[in-house]
Design a protein around this ligand. Structure first.
Ligand code: ADP
Ligand code: ASP
Ligand code: MG
Length: 443
């Protein structure tokens, strides 16, 4: 049994869906379970529909048109999705009426994208003679916590998923087509797992069913040496460890959902990142151990628009008391930090760009320290061979020096595969291009 997850770009229109179905058919002997995202940019279109509703206009023309045109082109009876359009319109009318769009309502709204795509594609598979059944993830045991917009799948889900679908390994009578990205909390409300969350659904499913492999199909030839939108000749990476993949996803590489690697890693299930536009390419294989110490650096990644907070002790507290108090404040304010650097009297941390909560944090921190908040920063992260970290740092500083880019904070992660530093947002693209040239384009 394998898991095959197809992202929005792989499902952009009827033609792309036919390609995806060819890929599924080629792998049918592997007993694939299919996880699907919403078609194309449907999630964004749903969010735009909410903006329009708040402004008083209920309109789902673009979403309806894409799905109905796709159903027609694939010769699928559109009755399987018409009820969902009615439900969606009712929801938007409600939003227009009360002009309120809570995190809970947002999850309910964006869930329509995945619910539409599984019905359509299961319909198409059945029409061409491949027996398929669609499932909304909550019906096969996906239960999350109450964190709307960024839910965590609860541990108890794993046994329930196994109970619902585990038997398929021996009695594989149909291909399950499962919604990515969505779940329900214990109160029965729909939740989502964060943008790009279908990767996480695939990983949880693979771990719960002890699949042979989890495949995530994208529009690139695997994990690339850096973001191809910044460096057009970024190259696919053949192998990478779970630990490295986790770091790069967490530190901004848009190719994988930040938490998606963890379930697969816990059960040691290989994850393969493949290109649905180029299925013959082997892609990237993510495994427990990578025996390749010849490479210095594997991937260069970045996260823009982060905020740096410098906290300098006023020495009212000793060092131990100071650190404890600072972290207590972060905990109370529910602010999590990505990167951290300390000296005896100061701490610098980075936070995701946030409009809310930062003034509350400042007020509390200022009771024990002098605080400087700097926005518009980028974390650049180098994921690679820690045994060669001195060489990595030496070459990095040569490049940055030559480009007159000033490093504002630096840390080497405890997982020992990442070195991160901060530059200004406006220097980020140059920094990535120059580092890519130095590490990957010169032998
Ligand atoms: P999907 O939604 O189909 O699952 P995503 O759009 O979420 O796929 O992720 C694929 C995209 O991630 C690529 O098109 C690419 O532009 C971007 N990307 C950013 N960094 C990387 C990287 N290091 N390797 C590969 N792709 C990357
Ligand atoms: N459709 C969701 C998104 O666009 C989830 C996903 O694609 O994985 O973020
Ligand atoms: Mg995505």
């Amino acid at each position: 049994m394998i898991i095959m997850k197809f992202g929005g770009s792989s499902l952009a229109n009827a033609e792309r869906i036919r390609h995806v179905v060819d890929i599924i058919k080629m792998n049918i002997d592997e007993k694939p379970l299919i996880v699907l995202s919403a078609m194309g940019d449907t999630t964004d279109h749903l969010l735009e529909a909410a903006d329009r509703a708040i402004a008083g206009k209920v309109c789902i023309k673009d979403i309806r048109k894409l799905h109905l045109a796709t159903a027609e082109a694939l010769e699928v009876n559109a009755d399987v999705i018409k009820d969902l359009f009615d439900e969606l319109k009712n929801l938007l009318s409600g939003i227009a009426l009360i002009k309120e769009f809570s995190p809970r309502t947002k999850d309910y709204l964006v869930s329509f994208g995945e619910r539409l795509s599984v019905r359509l594609i299961a319909g198409y598979l059945n029409r061409i003679g491949v027996e398929a059944k669609f499932f909304d993830a909550w019906d096969i045991g996906f239960t999350s916590n109450n964190d709307h917009n960024n839910g965590e799948i609860l541990e108890e889900s794993y046994a329930r998923i196994d109970e619902k679908l585990g038997h398929l390994d021996s009695h594989y009578a149909f291909t399950p087509i499962i919604t990515g990205f969505i779940a329900k909390n214990k109160s029965g409300n729909i939740t989502t797992l964060g943008r790009g969350g279908s990767d996480l659904t695939a990983s949880v499913l693979g771990a719960a069913l002890r699949a042979k492999e989890i495949q995530v199909w994208k529009d690139v030839d695997g994990i690339l040496t850096t973001d191809p939108r910044i460096v057009t000749n970024a190259q696919p990476v053949k192998n990478i460890s779970f630990e490295e993949a986790s770091e790069l996803a967490y530190f901004g590489a848009k190719v994988l959902h930040p938490r998606s690697i963890i379930p697969a890693m816990c059960k040691k299930i290989p994850v393969r990142v493949k290109n649905s536009y180029n299925p013959a390419h082997p892609g990237t294989l993510i495994l427990s151990m990578i025996d390749d110490s010849s490479e210095m650096l594997r991937v260069l990644t970045f996260k823009k628009k982060v905020t740096v907070v410098d906290i300098v002790s006023t020495r009212m507290l000793g060092q131990y008391g100071f650190l404890a108090k600072v972290f207590q404040i972060f905990d109370e304010q529910k602010v999590s930090v990505d990167m951290l650097a300390t000296s005896e009297v100061s701490i610098s941390v980075t936070l995701d760009n946030r409009e809310n909560g930062i003034e509350g944090l400042r007020t509390e921190l200022e009771k024990i320290s002098n605080v400087t908040i700097k926005t518009g920063k980028t974390i650049v992260t180098m994921v690679g061979n820690v045994k060669r970290s001195s060489e990595i740092l030496e070459r990095t500083f040569e490049v940055l020096n030559a480009s007159a880019i000033n490093v504002q904070m630096i840390s080497q992660g405890a997982s020992k595969v990442n070195i991160s530093f901060i530059v200004d947002d406006k220097e980020a693209d140059t920094c990535i291009r120059e580092l890519h040239r130095a590490f990957f384009e010169n032998s």
